[in-house]
Write a protein that binds this ligand. Structure first.
Ligand code: S3P
Length: 167
């Protein structure tokens, strides 16, 4: 369906890269987190607090299923945990080319150490939380990806040029 799907850990730059890429190649950009927040009328943090993570994961899969029917030639940025659910893999591949923005946990920590919007990283020791999650997820992101772009230390312009060359 010719979409470009950006996956990767929280804070790897999916949203910013997606927006800048959408300007550059003149495609619409859609962000699953933003769409779910809009549909539910509340923030991701409130969804996690009120309904729990499992309910959020169901919302992510439902949203992906919906996109199969109405999303073509767009740039899709998905929440960091969405590709971890095996049931989403075929849907992602049906939607288009999956691009993994790969960042190290040190980079993620530097970007997110003061973040209050990611429920999975709140509380004590966010660094440890990032490292543990990264350890569980890295191989899955790599397996799902059609293309892997290392983002550490690169400008957005360089990252975007690499994506355009690879997809
Ligand atoms: C999550 C990532 C978040 C958001 C939610 C859970 C995760 O999206 O979907 O907080 O499990 O990695 P971003 O990757 O856009 O931060």
């Amino acid at each position: 369906m010719n979409n470009i799907i950006l996956i990767g850990f929280m804070g790897c730059g999916k949203t910013t890269v997606g927006i800048k890429l959408s300007y550059k190649i003149k495609r619409t950009m859609v962000d699953t987190d933003k769409q779910i927040e809009r549909e539910q009328g509340k923030s991701i943090s409130d969804i996690f607090a009120e309904s729990g993570e499992a309910a959020f994961r169901e919302m992510e899969t439902s949203y992906l299923q919906k996109m199969i029917h109405n999303t073509e030639k767009q740039i899709i940025s998905v929440g960091g945990g969405l590709p971890i659910q095996e049931r989403n893999h075929a849907l992602l591949h049906e939607l288009g080319k999956v691009v993994y923005l790969r960042a190290t946990s040190d980079t993620i920590y530097e970007r997110l150490k003061n973040d209050t919007t990611r429920p999975l990283l709140q509380g004590d020791n966010p660094k440890q939380k990032i490292e543990e999650l990264m350890q569980k997820r890295a191989a899955i992101y790599e397996k799902v990806a059609d293309v892997i772009i290392d983002v550490d230390g690169k400008s957005f312009d360089v990252i975007i040029d690499e994506i355009i060359t690879e997809v």
